[in-house]
Design a protein around this ligand. Structure first.
Ligand code: FAD
Length: 341
């Protein structure tokens, strides 16, 4: 068989990392990324990029933990390399604070992040409205630089990038052996997935270089995440809203909530407002599908629906998607034993 041709549709963090895993694990494949938008115009560019998992109710916890662990280990190695600054990956320490003690004092990811511990009484004095807190060190991706770094790695491994809107996966049938669907919220229209819905998020990116620690309210709604150059202030969560226009009332509300956690933010400057639609589902859709039309078959691997936690699990889900692509290629070759992945 000639070099198998794989198309990855979508160029957010999921599409780019999936294409990279496929290229790494199947060097004989010819991989192409097709997308109607690339960085800086994806949802992934809007994200804060913090590695704090969101919980997917429809996915077993041990699977979510494995995805998070693989992602953390991968990015930790980058943060410890000469690439860290270009890739926009850095360690950040801080606090998650609660007004009442949560039922689960130890989240499932507590032994993956570094130095997880309850906050001391002295630390809690910084947050007079909160009674309980957890201190830990995690990783943060500065999203546009990380996406550009992934694109650079892809180009260096020979992956092609094409700007193209795909209206129907079948239009790729004659050109590619396997199609990988990483279209995020775009999958709602592309594959008609009614279980996928947007959760609109508005954030502010501000200049406040004195803020060095992250602060997250335990309800996940208010957060302050310092990046290498800008601090992300959040946020909002509006289910089923497709509106991408910033809302000035929400901007004020986010800013006020963040200032009540960190009063020095009153001096923040150069406030930019960003809106993104989290591609939300009960569980990430990570599976093979064989589409059939008039006796012709189309091999598809889906990897979308990462909701509020795509950065936290992207490498783990990308590895699993690459494995599924390997299974498709093995099926094409007629024997699973000939799989290269
Ligand atoms: P996207 O980034 O939307 O990429 C989808 C790609 O598919 C795009 O390139 C698009 O152009 C392309 N596409 C779609 N349809 C088609 C089509 N028909 N043809 C061709 N191309 C198509 N996660 C975290 O882990 N940590 C955080 O701190 C965090 N903060 C967030 C804050 C906000 C405000 C928001 C909105 C999200 C946040 N997230 C966070 C979640 C994270 O952003 C998402 O889970 C992640 O970006 C999803 O990535 P994706 O690649 O699936 O989607």
């Amino acid at each position: 068989m000639a070099a198998p041709k794989v198309a990855v549709v979508g160029a957010g963090v999921i599409g780019l990392s999936t294409a990279l895993c496929i290229a790494e694990t199947c060097p004989s494949c010819s991989v192409t990324v097709l997308s109607d938008q690339f960085s800086p115009n994806t949802t992934s560019d809007v994200a804060a990029g913090m590695l704090i998992p969101h919980t997917y109710p429809g996915t077993p916890i041990h699977v979510q933990k494995q995805w998070f662990k693989e992602t953390f280990t991968y990015l930790f190695a980058i943060s410890n390399s000469a690439e860290a600054s270009e890739a926009g990956i850095h360690l950040v320490s801080g606090w998650q604070v609660f007004k009442t003690t949560p039922k689960e004092e130890l989240p499932f990811w507590s032994d993956v992040v570094l130095g997880f511990r309850p906050m001391s009484e002295a630390e809690l004095q910084k947050f007079p409205q909160h009674r309980f807190g957890q201190a830990f060190t995690t990783l943060k991706c500065d999203c546009p630089p990380y996406l550009l770094w992934l694109e650079k790695r892809l180009k260096a491994t020979g992956v092609q990038m094409c700007t193209r809107k795909v209206a129907d996966l079948w239009e790729l049938h004659s050109e590619y052996n396997v199609i990988v669907n990483c279209t995020g919220i775009g999958a709602h229209q592309l594959v008609g997935d009614e279980k996928l819905f947007p959760i609109r998020g508005q954030v502010l990116k501000v200049h406040a270089p004195w803020v060095k620690n992250f602060i997250r309210d335990g309800d996940g709604l208010t957060y302050i995440y310092p990046g290498i150059h800008r601090v992300t202030l959040g946020g909002t969560r509006e289910k089923e809203s497709w509106n991408l226009s910033p809302d000035p009332g929400m901007t004020k509300d986010i800013f006020d909530r963040c200032c009540s956690l960190e009063p020095s933010l009153r001096g923040a400057q150069d406030i930019e407002v960003k809106v993104g639609l989290r591609p939300s589902r009960q569980c990430v859709r990570l599976q093979r599908e064989v589409l059939s039309r008039g006796g012709v078959k189309l091999l598809v691997v889906h990897n979308y629906g990462h909701g509020a936690g795509g950065f936290s699990v992207h490498r783990g889900t990308a590895k699993e998607a690459a494995h599924l692509v390997g299974e498709c290629l093995a099926a094409l070759q007629g024997s699973p034993l000939r799989a290269k992945l």
